[in-house]
Design a protein around this ligand. Structure first.
Ligand code: F3S
Length: 776
């Protein structure tokens, strides 16, 4: 026999284990009864269970009520990590003492790269500025057999779509927009590094079985309406909390009219409504996309499965599958939308946007239009935008707003360069940024004279628009829209311009009106490979490689284990801070300049909760000690920790919404936090807290939020019992007022600790438990 080629080995590691998944699906059918109708998400998830019988039958009324109740113990097929979150994931993986990862994995260097002057300058500057981090990631990747995509190779989600995602796959990604890959029929869930470590060490990864929200698509997009508008509209309907606890599964006749990359855009922004993940069924558009990205074998295998009888059809929902909720969107009637500012669910149809801008007093001009990113840099997106630029250039127009383009990967960049699309953008005055996150993650220093605190507007085709997200200025109003709409609006520089109805005067005084763009879903001559130096290292472990971490580094620090739970109730807790309103993972662990300390827990902890609003005084990041003296929140936390005082934070709804950033859990733990008490939690963050040994509690009665003030003394009642009993029982908090008023009060709380998670808290963290099991 000939030895397998490098491509054969690579393809094998990137192909879902279909035979194994199909036999698991049969087992699931046996356990649940052959007449049970399953959604697509259920099929793929349950086919990845370590032990279907155990997960599906316990606590589920004998399999009748799985969704929302069963504790799924899953074995994902692979893991992808971005450079910011990979540091902590790898530091945690290293402390488990294994020689290689248990499943294939990849690292993508994208978040640490600025977007400012243009790709070449920004990339070399970012590589120089982050050299020790990239060297650490590359050396660890080589040692443990992880594919390493160097800086400039692309943004994680675009690279995953082009190389790893495929129908039926289940994957974890250490980034909240990992569900982007659901556009190609995979279940991909955004997690923190500690969850990724579960998969990397072959421990089952736990998930409360999500409910399934079906979105039925009918009709067909036309004119200015784009896939982005599907999710912008849905975000308006669902709000940032509406998808919590759900997988969004798209179905209906409209699915087959969408491009593969368009479906990825829709899944990407499912993160904005808090969904566990989003996915599409195997669709005709997947075949040409898989072929164009050199994976014909996977297209063939998936096509075979879809043609098989329904019992074995892993890639489509059963005909009578029941969704927990259904929303219908008629693509033929869909209008372009603009969402924002400051939250992705503030959705306005384009036809009403002018009047809303006027009514709310939002800026009528905007300084920059930014297109591309992991969300919207497909060939379709870029060629539709290119058509707009060509129309405007032919009319003698130049953009009035600064215009930035971020390609999602080297493959798409090289293809757009070959096909002269980038040339069209730059000739019109656009700036092509590196194939990296750049302005989407705050790595953007503006050069247009806007000062910090100055109210202004920008338009982006990105996915997230919390205050300060792009330029670090909390007064910048970031509006989200499709790339083609942003491109057209950049020519007027006005937020009130509607390219569907309005015209712009040309230099010769005529009225110019855009025609709706068409674009091409895929390049007719295939994708260009681009710079071969940006290909990944092979995923083969090499034990002789040393992992590079300098003991004097300010960027990287090996982890010290957290102390175990004290085997008793917590009697000496104090309220560090009572947070008012929104508290995202950006609020708890800010991005931007802090990204450079992702691998150094002591240093990054200096940003803990610095965006949090004080519920008593409305000040941001001003904490009061018991003597009334003020300091920053991290300074007070450190002081109390050093005095041996552990603390809790009291907060409102959806605490930890936003990203999978586990630092938002690690940092409070490192600084002495024990409990977060909130009205509700974002799912990923709640899990992250438990993994780091912090107990998330919610109020049994929300009004009890008012019972707490900063510096109150708090004691737990029942917590140690709950931990010992694997999550059975309830926890009360006894609050003693520091300010003398009100005496003592007992507040009832709720928790969602599973038996395994109780083990994490008792051991001090999930990692402590994994390392202990590894030693045993
Ligand atoms: Fe990067 Fe922004 Fe996407 S940070 S991964 S481009 S959401």
């Amino acid at each position: 026999h000939d030895a397998p080629s490098a491509r054969d080995i690579q393809l094998a590691s990137r192909t879902p284990p279909y035979q194994k998944l199909l036999s698991r699906l049969s087992e699931v059918r046996r356990v649940l009864g052959s007449s049970r109708q399953l959604t697509l998400a259920e099929k793929i998830l349950y086919a990845h269970l370590e032990n279907p019988e155990e997960s599906l039958l316990s606590n589920t009324n004998n399999g009748r009520e799985i969704r929302g109740r069963a504790n799924l113990k899953l074995k994902p097929d692979r893991v992808a990590m971005q450079d910011a979150s990979a540091q902590m994931a790898l530091l945690q993986f290293m402390s488990c003492g294994l020689g290689s990862t248990a499943v294939p994995a990849s690292i993508h260097c994208d978040h640490l790269i600025v977007g400012e002057k243009g790709a070449d300058t920004d990339l070399s500057q970012s590589i120089a500025g982050n050299k020790e981090v990239f060297d650490f990631l590359e050396s660890a990747a080589k040692k443990y057999g992880i594919e390493f995509w160097p800086p400039g190779a692309g943004i994680i989600h675009q690279t995953v779509l082009e190389n790893y995602s495929s129908p039926g796959l289940m994957m974890l990604g250490t980034d909240s927009h990992s569900p982007n890959a659901g556009g190609l029929g995979a279940i991909v869930i955004g997690v923190g590094g500690a969850d990724a470590v579960d998969a990397l060490v072959d421990a089952p990864w736990e998930l409360k079985a999500p409910k399934i929200l079906g979105v039925k698509l009918t009709g067909e997009l036309s004119g200015w309406a784009s896939p982005k508008d599907v999710i912008l509209k849905l975000a308006g309907q669902l709000t940032v909390r509406g998808g919590t606890g759900y997988i969004i599964e798209y179905f209906g006749p409209g699915v087959r009219t969408l491009s593969c990359t368009g479906m990825a855009t829709i899944c990407n922004m499912g993160a904005e409504v808090g969904a566990t993940t989003s996915l599409f069924p195997f669709s005709p558009a997947h075949v040409p996309y898989l072929k164009a990205t050199h994976r014909s074998e996977i297209a063939d295998a998936a096509s075979m499965i879809t043609m098989s009888p329904m019992q074995q059809n892993l890639l489509r929902p059963d005909p009578e599958a029941v969704y927990d909720k259904v929303i219908e969107i008629n693509l033929s009637e869909l209008e372009p939308h603009i969402n924002g500012p400051f939250t992705p669910d503030l959705s306005t149809p384009l036809s009403k946007f002018k009047s809303v801008v006027e009514e709310k007093g939002w800026p009528q001009t905007f300084g920059a239009g930014l297109i591309g990113s992991c969300t919207n840099s497909s060939y379709q997106d870029m060629t539709r935008s290119e058509e707009i630029v060509k129309q405007a250039s032919a009319a003698g127009l130049k953009p009035k707003a600064d215009f930035f383009i971020t390609p999602g990967s080297e493959q798409i960049r090289a293809t757009l360069e070959r096909d002269n699309t980038l040339q069209t953008f730059t000739s019109a005055g656009g700036t092509v940024l590196a194939n990296a996150c750049g302005p989407c993650i705050g790595q953007w220093t503006r050069t247009d004279g806007i000062k910090k605190g100055e109210t202004n507007a920008i338009l982006t085709s990105y996915n997230r628009n919390f205050p300060g997200r792009n330029d670090g200025n909390r007064a910048t109003m970031n509006f989200l829209a499709s790339p083609e709409l942003i491109t057209a609006m950049s020519y007027s520089g006005s937020t009130t311009f509607n390219p569907m109805t309005d015209s712009i005067p040309t230099p010769s005084g005529e009225a110019f009106k855009f025609a709706p763009p068409k674009g091409s879903n895929l390049p007719s001559t295939g994708f260009a490979a681009g710079n071969l130096n940006l290909m990944p290292t092979p995923g083969v472990p090499n034990p002789s490689v040393d992992v590079l971490v300098s003991p004097t580094s300010s960027r990287l620090a090996l982890l010290e284990p957290f102390p175990a739970f004290p085997s008793t109730e917590l009697t000496n807790l104090r309220v560090l801070y009572k947070v008012k309103g929104q508290c995202t993972t950006d609020t708890i662990s800010a991005a931007g300049p802090w990204l450079k300390y992702k691998g150094h827990l002591p240093n990054i902890s200096e940003n803990t909760l610095i965006g949090a609003v004080n519920a008593t005084t409305d000040e941001v990041n001003v904490a009061y000690d018991i003597d009334g003296k003020t300091s920053s929140i991290p300074a007070l936390a450190k002081r109390w920790r050093d005095q041996g005082i552990e603390w809790l934070v009291v907060a409102e709804h959806n605490y930890g919404e936003g990203s999978a950033r586990e630092h938002a859990a690690l940092q409070p733990r490192y600084l002495g936090g024990r409990i977060i008490l909130a009205k509700s939690f974002a799912r990923i963050h709640e899990t992250n807290l438990k993994k780091q040994g912090i107990v998330p509690l919610t109020f049994a009665n929300e009004a009890d939020y008012d019972a707490f003030d900063a510096c109150d003394d708090v004691e737990t009642r029942g917590l140690w019992d709950v931990l010992k009993r694997g999550g059975q029982g309830e926890v009360e908090l006894v609050v003693r007022k520091r300010n003398g008023g009100g005496g003592e009060r007992v507040v009832k709380t709720r928790h969602t600790l599973s038996s395994d998670q109780c083990g994490f808290v008792i051991a001090g963290s999930a990692l402590n438990l994994l390392a202990r099991r590894g030693r045993e």
